[in-house]
Design a protein around this ligand. Structure first.
Ligand code: GDP
Length: 426
């Protein structure tokens, strides 16, 4: 049985916590897309961790953690992360890396930085982890697949070919130092040394696991709004953030994905540029940012302050629909306990008309939020275990949003820890 944990919004919904929690009952956790450009923050008995590449199941002895073929694999980052986890007392996780995953090279990161510099004020707010140049190269068929590390003849020819092409841009567009093919080859050989013990035929491993009745969790990065097809293009990421892509990025049949836990945060936050209809500013935003998440809404990778906003039913309904949500996990609800009143965005006004359907980007840019203001509950809800024990206004907030988004909220997260969860039978 395969379950996916994915985001309905702009990312940072708390997928890491939900994955870590569900991993207790899972055998295998697979990262199927994205790279080290975003992070999950996880709080458990070992401490607090920011994971960027490792799946959020690495803290359990019984799970196998997999880097799927759809991931942008940053080999040195992966191994630094393994080391940092082990240093904090976590037993060495069982890790498999797909032989079909491709690797982020140091020039991908350079290209990211050079392009941001070239674009100046018009930049996309990239984290400069090399993700966009990496995926461009993958689809231009000039990327380096892990399996190719074991074919030295091919590599020797390919580094020359790749350097030749990249150097035209480096010389004429960016005016930056050129790539030396020998150095590129050495970089690949270093990656080979690091990754060799973990390389596996992941799709075959998962096929066997499914036959044995194992439980597999697919862990998504970012959320629906950042999907290159269905998100706020071009302010999106470079790989699909949707559960459907989990089948491709892990190498399993699509019909095996039985449960799609779509994580929605009880308010909104976003990083990077792009339209954000329910965005708030000033003191109101500062206060929510400071109180948000676990220790504030600042990027797990970059430390950048996140943009803040009220819950957006239009975006979340669409986000759940594109994920194919079977369950909604509603997270970080405890943070809203300080508010007297809580605005919720229930519609977009575009050219004088109100809609509840999420539009394409050029219309989204014009959308103004239509708010419904709900009463707050003015209580700390951490520690509550039963739905009925939540304050009435808190339940009303959940039920109002559930009605608007039209997907069942079956889990409510009221704190960052593994056990801060309220299940709701639907
Ligand atoms: P992800 O990328 O979707 O995994 O999200 P992040 O890890 O970047 O952001 C979620 C943040 O909220 C982390 O700091 C979590 O520890 C924290 N968090 C998750 N669920 C809850 C919750 O229910 N309440 C509170 N207060 N914090 C939470």
């Amino acid at each position: 049985m395969v379950k996916a944990v994915v985001g309905a919004n702009w990312g940072d919904e708390g997928k890491g916590k939900i994955t870590d929690m569900l991993a207790r009952e899972a055998d295998i956790i697979v990262r199927f897309q994205g790279g080290a450009n975003a992070g999950h923050t996880i709080v458990n008995d070992y401490g607090k961790f920011a994971l960027h590449t490792l799946p959020s199941g690495v803290f359990y002895g019984h799970t196998t953690s997999i880097i799927g073929n759809g991931v942008a694999l940053d080999v040195p980052r992966l191994f630094a992360e393994v080391q940092s986890v082990v240093e904090k007392g976590v037993p060495m996780p069982k890790i498999l890396v797909s032989d079909r995953a491709q690797m982020v090279m140091s020039y991908h990161k350079n290209f990211d930085a050079y392009e941001e510099e070239r674009l100046g004020g018009k930049s996309f707010g990239s984290t400069k982890s090399g993700i966009a140049p990496f995926y461009s190269d993958k689809y231009a068929k000039i990327g380096f697949q892990v399996s190719e590390l074991f074919d030295e003849e091919l590599l020797k020819e390919k580094v020359v070919r790749v350097a030749e092409q990249k150097n035209v841009l480096l010389e004429h567009l960016y005016h930056k130092p050129l790539i030396n093919p020998d150095e590129l080859y050495n970089e690949l050989m270093e990656y080979k040394k690091m990754v060799e013990p973990y390389v596996a035929n992941v799709s075959l491993f998962l096929h066997e696991a499914l036959k044995e009745g194992k439980t597999i969790l697919l862990e998504g990065q970012l959320g629906s709004m950042k999907d290159p097809d269905h998100g706020i293009y071009p302010m999106v990421t470079s790989s699909s953030t949707l559960a459907g892509y989990g089948a491709i990025g892990a190498g399993i049949p699509p019909y095996e994905i039985k449960q799609i836990v779509t994580v929605c945060k009880a308010y909104s936050s976003a990083v990077g540029a792009g339209a954000f209809v329910s965005e708030i500013f000033g003191d109101e935003a500062d206060e929510l940012r400071r109180r948000g998440g676990d220790g504030g809404e600042f990027g797990a990778t970059t430390g950048r302050p996140r943009r803040m906003g009220w819950f957006d039913c239009v975006a979340s309904k669409y986000g759940c629909r594109m994920q194919g949500a079977t369950d909604v996990a509603f997270t970080v609800l405890d943070v809203l306990g300080y508010l007297d009143e809580i605005p919720v965005c229930v519609g977009y006004e575009i050219d004088g008309e109100v809609t509840k359907e999420f539009p394409v980007t050029h219309l989204l840019e014009k959308a103004k939020p239509v708010y419904k203001v709900l009463p707050g509950w003015k209580e700390d809800i951490r520690g509550i275990k039963k739905y009925e024990d939540l304050p009435e206004n808190c339940r009303k907030y959940i039920e109002f949003i559930e009605k608007e988004i039209e997907y069942p909220i079956t889990m409510i997260s009221n704190g960052p820890g593994r056990d801060d969860i309220i299940y709701r039978n639907k």
